[in-house]
Design a protein around this ligand. Sequence first.
Ligand SMILES: Nc1nc2c(c(=O)[nH]1)N[C@H]1C(S)=C(S)[C@@H](COP(=O)(O)O)O[C@H]1N2
Ligand SMILES: [Mo]
Length: 263
Amino acid sequence: MSKHILSRRALLRAGLATAATVPLAGCSAYDFLQDRDNAMRAFMISMNRLTYRAQRLLQSPGQLAQEFTEADIRQDQHPNGVTDPDTPDYLTLKDGNFSAYRLQVDGLVERPTAFSLSDLKAMPSRTQITRHDCVEGWSAIAKWKGARLWPLLQQAGIKPTARYVAFFCADTLELTLDGTGDYYETIDLADARHAQTLLAYEMNDQPLPVAHGAPIRLRLERQLGYKMAKYVMRIEAIDSFAKLGRGRGGYWEDRGYQWYAGI
Ligand SMILES: Nc1nc2c(c(=O)[nH]1)N[C@H]1C(S)=C(S)[C@@H](COP(=O)(O)O)O[C@H]1N2
Ligand SMILES: [Mo]
């Protein structure tokens, strides 16, 4: 047991040391990370695979991220990235207080389903007080309530061929002709099944504010903040993310961040 803890720490340190060699402050993209032939990028990708495999091996699948008490909520969650999407569809939904919102669940499922907010609130839920860690170096503890992701995917009849779950968001961070500037994220099925993986609709006992991803944002407590997609409009069960965006599994991953952002 202690041997495992030690090796896990050592591996995490190795992963962190690699991350530290790349100046990722401020969520800006670095040119060499966009260049597919760059040796540094290839090295980072191989380290990412090592970190992912090592963490998955050493972690039991159901292991919970640390949870806190009400007294630990000492400051507000810091709104980060996009905090007020301005796409016409989103503005219309927001004007109607999200009553017309439908979460589409499709892809490798038997029954593609559209969930309204009240449908989502009627699904098995969980409340958790957890710490959000952003790659930029800040953290905040908040209370989240939401529908557990897995029962929802089961209701839609997720097929055995599904290997990942993709989340498509309402916001565009970078204007590109091919849509690769839209925010999206992917997670594996181990994380999709995890008890703390939620489609959150409440933060600190209030309806999820727009700044934090209204009406629905992902909570994925064992990974860094950028994995937790806000403004989720559609969820797709997939067998590969190679064809999404620029093929690395997420908006920031396409710009050099690790796909498995375990903490
Ligand atoms: N759709 C969308 N999701 C997003 C982002 C974003 O810009 N757009 N930023 C990510 C980052 S980097 C972080 S740290 C968290 C911030 O969540 P918060 O605004 O609730 O603190 O959302 C993540 N999810
Ligand atoms: Mo972040």
